[in-house]
Design a protein. Sequence first.
Length: 72
Amino acid sequence: MLETPEAIANADAIAAVDGIDILHIGSTDLSTEMGIPGQYQHTRMREAYEATTRAARSHGKVDGRRRCPRGS
């Protein structure tokens, strides 16, 4: 669960860790940490979603915003 700007900045490194299967943003916590609570459509939030999606895809991990693995 990525919930801070620091975690978003490190999304690629986090996704590279063996045993990490899914990347998911804690949107409420992240937006609050960014000083834009609840503004999920804000440009900075969209950029965070995009960065997380890129990191997940580049390491063959599940993007928690896009889909959930079977059995979850």
